[in-house]
Ligand binder design. Structure first.
Ligand code: NAD
Ligand code: MG
Length: 394
């Protein structure tokens, strides 16, 4: 075995990011090794991954799936983990070099936290962690001397472009957004859109939750907040522009007026690979830009009336404190209700706004206060849905 191979733990290995990460590892066997894999319920899939990659660990976080998995034949040398300590055991293993956090939603916070606490390099795909608890997560990373590397394509682009200057030389960053499946639609045209329509993303192939977030532009709101904490920027240094081709992944504007961007076809393999092999660049599985097919790159200003989630993003990035955890949890509950047919598309930002506006704000919450607010916000969304069922004109 090559001693210089990086041993990678993938939290959420059965998801869209997790499987792209395994594709990168497959392509770079001299550099990377899938050392630990975790999934929530899809145990057959993660077991198959463990066999294929001969991983040291395979973890299941859903107790019912763990029970179903028990008794199945594991690869020789693979340890099966379940229960509360499964992820902690895996990320604390001294042999682990990098942890990719690719669990969806606030469920990803614990694993990210544990990996940083163990002083690991953490490749963060789970943006919800930074939205919920950005300042606490960044403080923990600094205290433990743990490095955070962004995987979100926009943040990877910004991270790459920022290497051309000093942090104090950054004037602003501009996040690009594809605009999602409803780009160009007026607010009135969005009232009756169905989950099936919202799940048809024009440029990216992703998990269901982030695909809905891309349709409401809540994904860009979450990314503004993510960028605010990750790069220690003020909210007024963060802008958003619609770029339908998803080829320019974001811009950094420096104080002298110079603007740098990172370009590549929309394929998450590239930002994942960059985080895993950083600071080196090597040839990998990511798609290449076809210069002979490229005709134009377009830009539009976002429509804040049709996509009010963006406004929430600006506000939360500015106010900080408890706002991120509340917005994130309300949005998760609202997206799941929309997918379940209990809430309309336009109700997603509407209910998030209401829950945000009547929560008890505090500027420097603790992690346990944020977790309590996460639970409270989800209950508030359910309460709002019940109240609306009795009074549909609301
Ligand atoms: P996904 O739904 O495809 O996969 C989610 C993964 O998380 C699965 O492996 C699942 O087993 C695991 N999981 C789900 N619930 C869990 C729970 N309660 N406890 C433990 N594990 C759980 O999601 P995805 O699209 O891969 O996104 C993952 C994260 O990466 C999200 O935070 C998303 O915002 C971010 N991200 C995704 C993309 C993308 O292209 N998919 C791009 C940028 C950022
Ligand atoms: Mg993104």
């Amino acid at each position: 075995m090559n001693a210089s191979r990086r041993r990678v733990v993938i939290l959420g290995s059965t998801g869209s990011i997790g499987t792209s990460c395994l594709k990168v590892i497959d392509c770079l066997p001299e550099r990377l090794q899938a050392y630990g894999l975790s999934a929530h319920s899809r145990w057959q899939e993660v077991l198959e991954q463990a066999h294929r990659h001969q991983s040291r660990y395979v973890a299941i976080t859903d107790p019912r799936a763990a029970a179903a998995m028990r008794g199945n034949t594991l690869p020789p040398g693979t340890r099966f983990l379940d229960g509360e300590d499964a992820i902690a055991t895996m990320v604390r293993d001294p042999e682990v070099d990098v942890v990719l956090t690719a669990i969806v939603g606030s469920a990803g916070l614990t694993g990210t936290w544990l990996a940083l606490d163990a002083g690991k390099t953490v490749a963060v795909a789970n943006k919800e962690t930074l939205v919920m608890a950005g300042p606490l997560v960044m403080e923990l990373a600094a205290r433990r001397n743990a490095r955070i590397l962004p995987v979100d394509s926009e943040h990877s682009a910004i991270f790459q472009a920022m290497q051309a200057g000093q942090p104090r030389e950054i004037e602003r960053i501009v996040l690009t957004a594809s605009g999602g499946p409803f780009r160009g639609s007026k607010r009135s045209e969005l009232a009756d859109v169905t989950p099936e329509q919202a799940l048809k993303h024009p440029t990216w192939n992703m998990g269901r939750k982030i695909t809905i977030d891309s349709a409401t532009l809540m994904n860009k709101a979450l990314e503004m907040i993510e960028a605010r904490w990750l790069f220690n920027l003020r909210a007024d240094q963060i802008q958003v522009i619609i770029h339908p081709e998803s080829i320019i992944h974001s811009f950094v504007e420096f104080t002298d007026g110079s603007i740098l961007a990172q370009l590549s076809p929309p394929d998450m393999c590239l930002p994942i690979q960059y985080a895993l092999t950083y600071p080196e660049r090597v040839s990998g599985p990511a798609r290449r830009l076809s210069w002979s097919e490229l005709r134009s790159l377009n830009f539009e200003q976002p429509d804040l009336e049709a996509f009010p989630a963006l406004q929430l993003g600006y506000e939360v990035a500015r106010r900080g404190g408890t706002c991120g955890a509340v917005l994130n949890a309300a949005n998760e509950a609202a997206v799941s209700a929309f997918l379940g047919g209990e809430l309309s598309f336009l109700d997603i930002p509407r209910v998030c706004r209401e829950v945000m506006d009547h929560h008890h704000y505090s500027e420097r919450p603790t992690l346990s206060e944020l977790n309590a607010l996460d639970r409270w916000s989800r209950q508030e969304v359910l309460r709002w849905i019940t109240a609306k069922a009795y009074n549909p004109s609301r």
